[in-house]
Design a protein around this ligand. Structure first.
Ligand SMILES: Cc1ncc(COP(=O)(O)O)c(C=O)c1O
Length: 432
C-alpha cells in the first residue's frame, strides 16, 4: 500500500487525490458563486417585495390574469395605508385607490354598471347608433366616454360652459360629443343635467335618426349605489379582513357612501360611517340635524354655483336617490374648509408623494379629524377618488408652492380641530 500502489480500478492514489481536489474546488467555487448570485438577486427581490411587482417565483404563465378590454381593468383597486396620516394619528388610515381605475376614478364602476344595466333592460344595443347622454362636469363623463367607445356606443356629455379645459379636452379626445351650457339652477330646463335628459328624450321621439338615446342619470340611477354595494364594499371588506371601524367619504351623487355603507354595515354592524362635506353643501346639516341647508344659501349670498368651493365632485344641496338609500346609515358628518383641503393636498405630496384631487383631500382631512377624535388603534377607510392631474388649473393652482426648503407643516397645524370639536357638540345647524 503506498503512493505507488494502484487501486481496484487501476487509478493511482495521486490521480485519485488530484481528482478529489478538483471536485472539491469546483464544488466550493459553485457554492461561492451561488452565494454571490443569491446576494445580488436577493437585493433586487427585497426591493420589489415591498412593492407590488413580483419578478421571482411568478414566471409561470397564468392565462387567467389577462383582463379583457378596458372594462376588465375596472375595480379590484388596491387599498393603501397612508403612512403620514397613520403615523400622525395612531390609527391605521387606509385609502381605496380608485384613481387606479382605467378612466382614473371610481366613476368607471358606475359608468360600466349603468351601461350594462341598460343593455340587460334592452335599452342599449352595441353598434346600433345608440347614444348615452349625461349631464356632468366631473369624472362620470370621462368614464362614460371611455366605456361607450369600448362597447360600441356614442357618448354625449352636457356640462357647464366654465368647466376646466383639461376635462373638456379629455372628453373630446375620448370621442365624446361635448355640449356646453351656461351654469344654471337644477330647476332650470337648460341646466346641464336637465339638458342631457331632454336630449335623450328628443332622440327617442325622433324617428328620423338611427339609434336610441339613454339618459345615464347618475344621481338617480340605482345602478350607481348598487355597483359600490356589489364591488367596492366587498373589496374593502376582503382587503381589510373585515377589520374596519370607520368609513369616511364625501358625497356627490351619494352612490359611493350609500353602496359601500349598505354592504359593510350588514357585515359590520358596529362600523361608523362619516360624511366628509365641503363648504356650500347642505348634506352636513342634513346628516347632523335633518335639515338641508347651508349658510351660503341665506338671503343675498346666493352664488353663481350652488356649492361654492374649490372642491369638485362632492357636496350637493338636494337629496338624490343614491344618497337617500344610504342616508340612515350615515352616523356623523365633518365639515371640511377649502383651507384645510388645500393644506392636506400639499401635506400628502410632501409626506407621501401622493398627488390627489380635491375631493380626496377633503376625505383625508375628515379621516384624520375623526381619527384624532376617536383616538389611536382604530382602522379608518377612505377613498382616493381621482388624481391631482384633473385639478391642476383650479384646486392645485390655489395650493401654491410644494416642497422646497421649508419645513413640512405638522398635521395638527393644517386641521381646524377646534371647529370640529365645537360643531360636533353643537345642537343647532352650524356651517363650518
Ligand atoms: C372626483 C370625485 N370625487 C368624489 C365623487 C363622489 O362620489 P359619489 O358620486 O359616489 O358620491 C365624485 C362624484 O362625482 C367625483 O367626481
Amino acid at each position: 500500500m503506498g503512493w505507488q500502489m494502484t487501486g481496484r480500478f487501476g487509478i493511482s492514489p495521486q490521480l485519485l487525490l488530484g481528482l478529489s481536489l478538483g471536485v472539491l474546488l469546483s464544488a466550493s467555487c459553485r457554492q461561492i458563486w451561488a452565494v454571490v448570485a443569491s446576494r445580488l438577486t436577493r437585493d433586487d427581490d427585497s426591493t420589489y417585495a415591498q412593492g407590488r411587482i413580483q419578478t421571482k417565483g411568478d414566471d409561470e404563465a397564468v392565462k387567467s390574469e389577462i383582463r379583457v378590454g378596458v372594462e376588465g381593468l375596472i375595480g379590484n383597486t388596491p387599498l393603501m395605508k397612508v403612512k403620514s396620516l397613520s403615523d400622525a394619528t395612531g390609527c391605521e388610515i387606509l385609502a381605496k385607490v380608485e384613481m387606479m381605475n382605467p378612466g382614473g376614478s371610481a366613476k368607471d364602476r358606475i359608468a360600466l354598471a349603468i351601461v350594462e344595466q341598460a343593455e340587460a333592460d334592452g335599452l342599449l344595443r352595441p353598434n346600433s347608433g345608440d347614444v348615452v347622454y349625461e349631464g356632468t362636469s366631473g369624472s362620470t363623463g370621462i368614464s362614460l366616454a371611455m366605456i361607450c367607445r369600448a362597447k360600441g356606443y356614442r357618448a354625449h356629455i352636457c356640462l357647464p360652459d366654465d368647466t376646466s379645459t383639461e376635462k373638456v379636452d379629455l372628453l373630446e379626445k375620448l370621442g365624446a360629443e361635448v355640449e356646453k351650457v351656461p351654469p344654471a339652477s337644477i330647476v332650470d330646463r337648460r341646466q346641464y343635467v336637465n339638458q342631457a335628459r331632454a336630449r335623450a328624450t328628443d332622440r327617442n321621439n325622433d324617428d328620423s335618426v338611427e339609434g336610441r338615446g339613454l339618459f345615464a342619470d347618475q344621481f338617480e340611477n340605482e345602478a350607481n349605489w348598487k355597483a359600490h354595494c356589489d364591488h367596492t364594499g366587498p373589496e374593502i371588506y376582503k382587503q381589510t379582513g373585515g377589520n374596519v371601524d370607520v368609513f369616511v367619504t364625501g358625497a356627490g351623487t351619494g352612490g359611493t357612501i350609500s353602496g359601500v355603507s349598505r354592504y359593510l354595515k350588514q357585515k359590520l354592524p358596529k362600523l361608523k360611517v362619516v360624511l366628509a362635506d365641503p363648504p356650500g353643501s347642505g348634506l352636513y346639516n342634513k346628516v347632523k340635524y335633518g335639515v338641508m341647508f347651508d349658510i351660503m344659501e341665506r338671503e343675498g349670498t346666493r352664488r353663481r354655483h350652488q356649492v361654492d368651493t374649490l372642491v369638485e365632485g362632492i357636496g350637493i344641496n338636494r337629496v338624490t336617490r343614491n344618497f337617500d338609500v344610504g342616508m340612515p346609515l350615515v352616523d356623523d358628518a365633518i365639515r371640511v374648509t377649502d383651507k384645510e383641503s388645500l393644506a392636506m393636498a400639499k401635506f400628502l405630496v410632501e409626506h407621501d408623494g401622493l398627488f390627489v384631487g380635491s375631493s380626496t383631500a377633503v376625505n383625508c382631512v375628515a379621516a384624520a379629524k375623526y381619527a384624532l377624535k376617536i383616538g389611536p388603534g382604530h382602522t379608518i377607510v377612505t377613498i382616493i377618488c381621482d388624481s391631482g392631474t384633473r385639478h391642476l388649473s383650479k384646486f392645485w393652482k390655489a395650493v401654491g408652492p410644494v416642497g422646497g426648503e421649508l419645513p413640512a407643516v405638522p398635521l395638527e397645524d393644517i386641521l381646524n380641530l377646534s371647529s370640529t370639536a365645537s360643531t360636533s357638540r353643537a345642537n343647532t345647524p352650524v356651517n363650518g
